[in-house]
Design a protein around this ligand. Structure first.
Ligand code: SAM
Ligand code: SF4
Length: 475
């Protein structure tokens, strides 16, 4: 028997969305930020507790440069104390840019007649992935426009295809997705393909502002998008990523809404978002968007630091939309994942010489065009430990960010050793000088810093095995 509201004689009451714009506005407006309150909130976060909306508002409402500096210091400290110096690396792969929506800020919008519409063929996907593997990539995020062609079966097919491509020692070990919201059945289909994180960004959480940017197509439905990850959870996908596109509306509202969304996921499913993304709108080949809500670099750093403190257990992603100096600065405030060697034009990884980005084939302009090799070199120079680790999700240790954060010794037992092993593997297969020398020196330094000598012996043994040709070793 199919249960419907009529079965119980309950009127079909429209559900209230869990974002209440008036509530968020009122909290921002009525929360007073004193130095004592700011310091107490930072201390709470450093004791590994997630912040409430009011506590987040205390940080948001702080404009005193001294206190803002303390917020950033707090985020830095939290990152150092809890996560150490690892940075996880990945690459985005755009599968198709056909789109039936009309998001005014996006180069893929249906009304953009200049966009060259491309959907990679299976052969092209294989070539792209071979090329990514040739550079040492192990983790991908596949990106799709919203189009009838990119249905759940197709998404699942491309994920399986990505996992199947093996070139020399190369293989993709984790495939995340950034695609349009699906229904529960659709999410079940993509889950079967063994996806990592399913990301859906709300773009702006403000319902009125949302309407002005999403003029047609399925994405015009704010509520359907807002509840996307609830449907993912219902379908058994507990690894979800949320995000807001900064620049569409007041950043204070968006930060509060991201925390509210986090509360909602925790309350309903007992697991918060695996990752939070905070892209800033970048110039696509787009029609004049106002700059009213443009987020400057200073506020952007504050946003990242506040999010780090507000949700201490979540992974934080910063992409090549941002220029090198912004990326380098924000790594310190809690960013834990970055893309490297990114190319946004469809089909461009497999092409040798692309110097100028063709905006009509990409979604927006990227501002960090360093190769993966260059990024790894700079990370090492900054004493960061590049990681391609995929161990937790493959061993079924889901909610890994939460474990890193909450299980004592987890990082020293699993994350650092696995980061070291994946770096050793990268250096053996794809390393070039000076990265090989610098990378090995970094590994030695990391090993020296580990107190548990039994683990060190175990790691050294595995590095030896890697040097003798074994691959994919992890704890
Ligand atoms: N079509 C799917 C969707 O809209 O969710 C997934 C792909 S969409 C290309 C991925 C994300 O890119 C969007 O959620 C949006 O946040 C971001 N994006 C779109 N236009 C952008 C721009 N001009 N600058 C920066 N990010 C942008
Ligand atoms: Fe399409 Fe996504 Fe771009 Fe909107 S953001 S136009 S849905 S690809």
């Amino acid at each position: 028997m199919k249960f419907t509201p009529e079965t119980y004689n309950i009127p079909d009451i429209p559900m209230q969305p869990f974002i209440d714009a008036n509530e968020i506005d009122a909290i921002i407006e009525h929360t007073v930020s004193t130095p004592e309150a700011v310091r107490a909130v930072i201390a709470k976060s450093l004791s590994k507790k997630r912040l409430s909306l009011r506590e987040t508002a205390i940080l948001i409402n702080t404009n005193d440069p001294v206190l803002v500096a303390e917020i950033k210091e707090g985020a830095k400290e939290l990152k150092k104390r809890i996560y150490g110096n690892r940075i996880v690396l990945f690459a985005p792969l755009y599968i198709g840019n056909k789109c039936s929506n009309n998001c005014t800020y996006c180069g893929f919008r249906a009304s953009n007649a200049d966009a060259k519409r491309v959907t990679l063929t299976d052969d092209e996907i294989v070539h792209e992935i071979e090329s990514l593997e040739d550079h040492g990539q192990k983790r991908l995020i596949l990106v799709y426009g919203e189009h009838a062609l990119y249905n759940p079966e197709y998404i699942a097919h491309t994920v399986k295809l990505a996992y199947s491509v093996k070139k020399n020692h190369g293989e993709i070990r984790r495939v995340n997705i950034n695609a349009a919201p699906l229904d529960i059945e659709g999410f079940k289909i993509v889950k079967e393909a063994n996806i990592g994180t399913f990301q859906v960004f709300q773009e702006t959480y403000h319902p009125e502002a949302y309407k002005t940017y999403h003029l047609r197509g399925k994405k015009a439905d704010y509520g359907y998008r807002l509840t996307a990850l609830d449907r993912a959870q219902e379908a058994g996908i507990d690894d979800v990523g949320i995000g807001a596109l900064f620049g569409l509306y007041d950043w204070r509202f968006e930060v509060m809404a991201l925390v509210r969304h986090t509360n909602h996921l925790e309350a309903c499913y007992n697991v918060g978002p695996h990752t939070i993304s905070f892209p800033r709108v970048k110039d696509a080949s787009m029609l004049g968007m106002g700059e009213k809500y443009f987020v400057n670099d200073e506020d952007f750093a504050k946003i990242v630091a506040i999010l780090r403190l507000a949700v201490p257990y979540t992974g934080m992603i910063l992409t090549a939309r941002e220029p090198v100096q912004v990326r380098n600065e924000l790594l310190q405030y809690g960013v834990s994942q970055i893309d490297g060697g990114t190319k946004l034009e469809l089909g461009s990884y497999a092409k040798k010489d692309i110097s100028e980005q063709d905006l009509n084939k990409g979604q927006f302009r990227i501002n960090d065009s360093r190769t993966l090799h260059e990024i790894i070199s700079e990370l090492i120079d900054q004493n960061m430990l590049p990681s391609f680790c995929t161990a937790c999700y493959r061993l079924g240790r889901t909610g890994e960010h939460f474990m890193e954060f909450s299980v004592p010794g987890f990082i020293k037992r699993f994350c650092t050793p696995n980061a070291i092993l994946t770096l050793a593997e990268y250096l053996a297969d794809y390393g070039q000088e000076p990265n090989i020398t610098k990378g090995r020196a970094l590994i030695d330094k990391e090993l020296d810093a580990l107190e548990d000598r039994t683990i060190v012996i175990e790691i050294k043994k595995r590095i030896e095995e890697i040097n003798n040709g074994k691959r994919d070793l992890y704890f």
